[in-house]
Design a protein around this ligand. Structure first.
Ligand code: SF4
Ligand code: FES
Length: 365
């Protein structure tokens, strides 16, 4: 068994935004009892002892945690590389300066589109202007900046403008991530899935931008797996290199795994080490022994690990099936049908998006 390399610390599910593609659980109301500062401190120390090197502080909106500066300082003191994954709504200059002094290494800011009205509509909150201001502060304070844009039917046609925006704010890296269908995105899948023509047009723009910006900005393009022949090697394999701790202390191999019918493991009851090594949730799909055909005898089984367990569960009701994205899967028709519908729908998206609810509106400044 390998040590985990990365910890995704989901500090809170509270968020001032209401994106319809949010990967947080749809039963947000069922979550309460966020870990305390001391509990997170212990989790970070246990993660470090387990071999974790990178800590992604995420949510929801991690800036809503009053103890964020404290937690960053603690992680930094443990020698962890810290990355703040944020909407930047609430990243004021004083807060940013405190985070800088605490040792935060990297900032990733999401934006929903290049145009203020479109971005604010998708975010469900007027936030574009503050995001751009925050990006300026991040660069001024000398952090490396990643601009993250989740792509879908309602913004993928604007990818040239998005790249221009990333260039304008001086991003070191832009991550154009086609939506992964979990949480709220799964609920909104048919309204979010782009057409093949939209994807083809976006790819031409991205390829040209990569060439043009080669020396200035990394352009990462996360492919939409519904349109791929083979599935993604999700999380680098189940409980192989990554682990997630949710706001209430549940430990999972990936953030979406809370929708799976697996026994819970919590840092409130056991150490991270015991959970990583021996809990049923971690061992459920570790390695290749659990695999059914066609994965079991497939030459790619060590490359993609049979795809994504959460996607298999959402699409088929059985997390142990081959990811239906794979064209060899007996359930591939489930993906093919969704793709067919996306291509038959009128351009621009004709279905309404269901936004995830705001859990809080006030953001700590
Ligand atoms: Fe991957 Fe399984 Fe498809 Fe082979 S059959 S390519 S291992 S998902
Ligand atoms: Fe959970 Fe892929 S998102 S295994």
């Amino acid at each position: 068994m390998d040590s985990p390399f990365g910890l995704l610390a989901e500090l809170t599910y509270r968020c001032p935004l209401a994106c319809a593609y949010c990967s947080n659980p749809v039963n947000l109301a069922g979550y309460s009892g966020e870990l305390t500062t001391d509990e997170w401190r212990r989790v970070l120390a246990e993660a470090r002892d387990l071999g974790v090197l990178q800590c992604h502080l995420s949510g929801g909106e991690p800036l809503l945690r009053r103890d964020l500066v404290d937690l960053v300082a603690h992680a930094h003191g443990l020698g962890l590389y810290t990355n703040l994954v944020t909407s930047a709504f609430g990243l004021s200059r004083p807060r940013a300066e405190q985070l800088r002094a605490a040792g935060l290494d990297h900032v990733q800011i999401s934006v929903q589109a290049d145009e203020p009205a479109v971005s604010d509509r998708i975010a469900g909150t007027p936030s574009f202007r503050r995001k751009i201001e925050a990006m300026g502060v991040v660069k001024e304070l000398g952090w490396p900046l990643t601009v993250n844009v989740v792509l879908h039917r309602h913004n993928i046609d604007r990818v040239a403008g998005v790249l221009g925006l990333a260039e304008e704010v001086g991003a070191d890296r832009v991550e154009l991530a086609n939506t992964q269908y979990y949480g709220w995105a799964w609920r909104n899948r048919d309204a979010l899935l782009p057409s093949r023509a939209q994807l083809a047009a976006a790819e031409v723009v991205v390829r040209a931008a990569r060439e043009r910006l080669r020396d200035r900005m990394d352009v990462i393009y996360v492919l939409p797996d519904y349109y791929s022949r083979y599935p993604k090697p999700c999380m680098g394999g189940w409980a192989s290199r990554q682990l997630t701790v949710t706001p209430n202390g549940d430990v999972l191999p990936c953030p979406a795994a809370q929708s799976l019918p697996l026994p819970r493991a919590s840092v409130r009851e056991e150490s991270l080490e015991r959970i990583w090594a021996g809990s049923p949730v971690m061992s459920a799909f570790r390695g290749t022994d659990w695999m059914p055909e066609p994965c079991r005898s497939c030459a790619r089984r060590e490359l993609d690990f049979g795809g994504c367990r959460c996607q298999a569960f959402l699409l088929t009701g059985d997390a142990a099936r081959t990811d239906p994205v794979c064209h060899l899967s007996p359930d591939h028709h489930l993906v093919a049908r969704a793709v067919e519908a996306a291509n038959a729908a009128s351009p621009g998206g004709d279905r309404p998006l269901i936004p995830r609810p705001h859990r809080v509106r006030r953001v700590e400044r």
